[in-house]
Design a protein around this ligand. Structure first.
Ligand code: C2E
Ligand code: CA
Ligand code: CA
Ligand code: CA
Length: 278
């Protein structure tokens, strides 16, 4: 019954039609990927801007498909969101991230991990229980887990999302606003969110070296963060000049290729060791 199945598909998701066959194919492939171990978690270091000391990492999911090769998270996270796979995917990333933190702790290295939460995860009623369960399973103190949310995901359903954020906060997790400055209502919402950190979006950080408006924007965000008692992280730091400029503004942490690229969790201790020796 073609008509009924078309209707079924429509109800399921109007954007998953023949007009985007790759996306449709990715749903099937992603389901397999989540359940058959094609997903990996990489981590990218974050350091104190003044001392260069690495204090945390951000977890970034990676997918290597047997035929398609590497598929970027910017492409498959939206697919996961639309197809009900974001729950299992988020659980997988949290599980691997906390397992890594636990292993590093056991070896004497105390690091925090930041995990990205997408809009749908924030609407998932199981999320808070999942986070609590995984913290217990890996015996990681809750303040070693930071959850990154974008302003857009908060805006999608502010009342509900803010309630979830408060529950995560009650567990003792840290909360961070990702891609800060790219949304429309950052300032008014920031006051209402129980967050401890803002991440200055890469687009502003990249423009720092050429001077101009981005310098003013970065300074304004850092000042705002300071006044609100929030830690400020700059992402997308690709060179020493940008790092130095950020040190001048009073930004707290830096993350980007100049410090280190995202790497498999197992490579981090070796990377830290090489860094300490050089
Ligand atoms: P994001 O959270 O803003 O992550 C930062 C992105 O910038 C990452 O891209 C990272 O690899 C890249 N990056 C880091 N340093 C530099 C740099 O110095 N220069 C440049 N040009 N880029 C840099 P990636 O890994 O491709 O992730 C893209 C987006 O996918 C992330 O943006 C995030 O929104 C989403 N994502 C990644 N992993 C997850 C996940 O586990 N869960 C969810 N929900 N979303 C994820
Ligand atoms: Ca992020
Ligand atoms: Ca970002
Ligand atoms: Ca982004």
């Amino acid at each position: 019954d073609a008509k009924a199945s078309t209707r079924g598909l429509r109800v399921f998701d109007p954007s998953l039609t023949a007009e985007d066959p790759r996306r449709l194919a990715l749903v099937t492939e992603l389901r397999t990927a989540v359940h058959e171990g094609q997903l990996e978690v990489h981590v990218q270091p974050q350091a104190e801007v003044l001392t260069g000391r690495v204090v945390s990492v951000e977890a970034l999911v990676r997918w290597t498909h047997p035929q398609l090769g590497r598929v970027g998270p910017d492409e498959f996270i939206p697919v996961a969101e639309r197809s009900g796979l974001i729950g299992p995917l988020t659980t997988l990333v949290l599980d691997r991230s906390l397992a890594a933190v636990a292993a590093w702790r056991a070896a004497g290295t105390d690091l925090s991990v930041a995990v990205n939460l997408s809009t749908r995860s924030l609407h998932d009623t199981d999320l808070v229980d999942e986070v609590a369960r995984l913290l217990r399973r890996h015996d990681v103190p809750s303040d070693r887990l930071t959850l990154e949310v974008t302003e857009g995901s908060v805006m999608a359903d502010p009342a509900r999302t803010i309630a979830v954020l408060h529950q995560l906060r009650d567990l003792g997790c840290r909360l961070s606003v990702d891609d800060f400055g790219t949304g429309y209502s950052s300032l008014s919402y920031l006051k209402r969110l129980p967050v401890q950190e803002v991440k200055i979006d890469q687009s502003f950080v990249t423009g720092l070296r050429s001077g101009g408006e981005d310098v003013a924007i970065v300074r304004a965000i850092v000042d705002l963060g300071r006044h609100l008692g929030l830690a400020v992280v700059a992402e997308g730091v690709e060179d020493q000049e940008t790092w130095d400029l950020l040190a001048d503004t009073g930004c707290d942490l830096v993350q980007g290729w100049h410090l280190g690229r995202p790497m498999p969790t197992a490579d981090l201790p070796g990377w830290l060791g090489d860094r300490a020796r050089s």
